[in-house]
Design a protein around this ligand. Sequence first.
Ligand code: NAD
Length: 454
Amino acid sequence: MRIVVIGAGYVGLNCGAAFAYLGHEVGIVEKDPARVALLRSGGVPIHEPGLAELLAMPQVAARMTYTTDLAEVLPGARVALIAVGTPPGKHGQADTGWVEAAAEDVARDLAVGAQLVIVVKSTVPVGTNHRVQAAVARVLASRGVTCDVSFASNPEFLREGKALLDMFYPDRILVGSESSHALETARELYQEVLTQSFAPPPICPRPIGFALPAMLTTSTASAEMTKYASNAFLATKISFINEIAGLCERVGADVSQVADGMGLDARIGRGFLQAGLGWGGSCFPKDTQALIAMGADHEYTMPLLEASTAVNRRQRAQVVQKLQRALKGLRGREVGLLGLAFKAGTDDVRQAPAADLVQMLLECGAFVRAHDPVAADAFRRDYPSLDVTLTPDAEAAARGADALVVCTDWPEYVALDWRAVAAAMRGSVVVDGRNCLPTGVVRAAGLDLIRIGK
Ligand SMILES: NC(=O)c1ccc[n+]([C@@H]2O[C@H](COP(=O)([O-])OP(=O)(O)OC[C@H]3O[C@@H](n4cnc5c(N)ncnc54)[C@H](O)[C@@H]3O)[C@@H](O)[C@H]2O)c1
């Protein structure tokens, strides 16, 4: 199938690469010319494990076209996937302007009589797909052109850091549409994934015991809502265990043991019960806020989500308090941060816990040095006003530091030479904001390890 993917970000690129591997002809349309130039020259603008290797495979490269010009790849396409950003607006509501603009671009360039399914992959509030349909109809009418366009909402559930795994081996594929043609086309688009009839790419073997994913078809509104509800639920699960973690510290329980005990209950599950600095990234914060804003539009309060957000904010503040207590004040103290990405496996720093922490530490008068194996450039670009020294390696972030804080659970931090770290530091305080460090090793190095919920 010839398809067009609009937006070469985390979703668009991973999707496009996977669809090309599965045999589709993929035209990637990206408005940023620098991104397109980089992709054309064989570069990859985001860090995602396996993506560079997949894009470099000859059969994938041969099926991918990168352009800033939609008109170059739209003719003959049966599907246009919209995977552009939906950033938070002023009051937390999702800004769907880019999605609507992308759909209007399609309507402007569509040939007379063309048949196309427009698939919205971006996370959008309920009602957006219908607005997209109206926008497309308006543009076509203004051109005096008749086309056979149908629409589907196909929210994406991939996790950054595991995006290809989630593309090839998803838990489910969700398609919301009122058009049987759009639903059939979506089924055809995902045929190989649904039947798992493809040979797994070497960079992404099929997980042992992987069962065929379901394709769930719903109304458009339900599909739009399901994406928000899933993210809000996962964020709430993390906030829940973080709230329990705070109490564990006060009553002498260990949150990891509690989470293990809870997680064995099939109704609960162990996933997303990892206490730490809290959630961040480009999805959970913006999607919870968008859901609350959606509620507000309908004069409906969302107290559970408000509380999840408040717990998450407090989680960062609690780490600062731990540092304040351990160092007897933060003014003039040197604090090293290990990890800037919102989680391991990605260079995404949008709403990263580390960014909140840097902000709070600077406000307390501390000096901050930070390291990240892949996200330092993105951090510098996204937070130009934060006065933090970025170091080339973790040891340099530790050198002369009164305290170290692990903000991202990169495996290389777990495997650090903790004796060397201890020797490089001026102080001895290490806050493990992800409960990921080898406790015995760190303590044996003479460091005062502070964890979350222990
Ligand atoms: N990142 C994730 O893990 C993830 C997971 C699931 C869903 N989502 C959702 O998917 C959507 C995309 O997220 P992302 O993280 O990939 O965003 P992103 O910011 O990484 O990428 C979006 C890209 O679209 C481009 N773009 C914007 N308007 C365009 C236009 N009119 N024509 C061509 N290109 C255009 C931007 O330049 C950018 O490169 C969002 O709604 C997000 O909530 C993201």
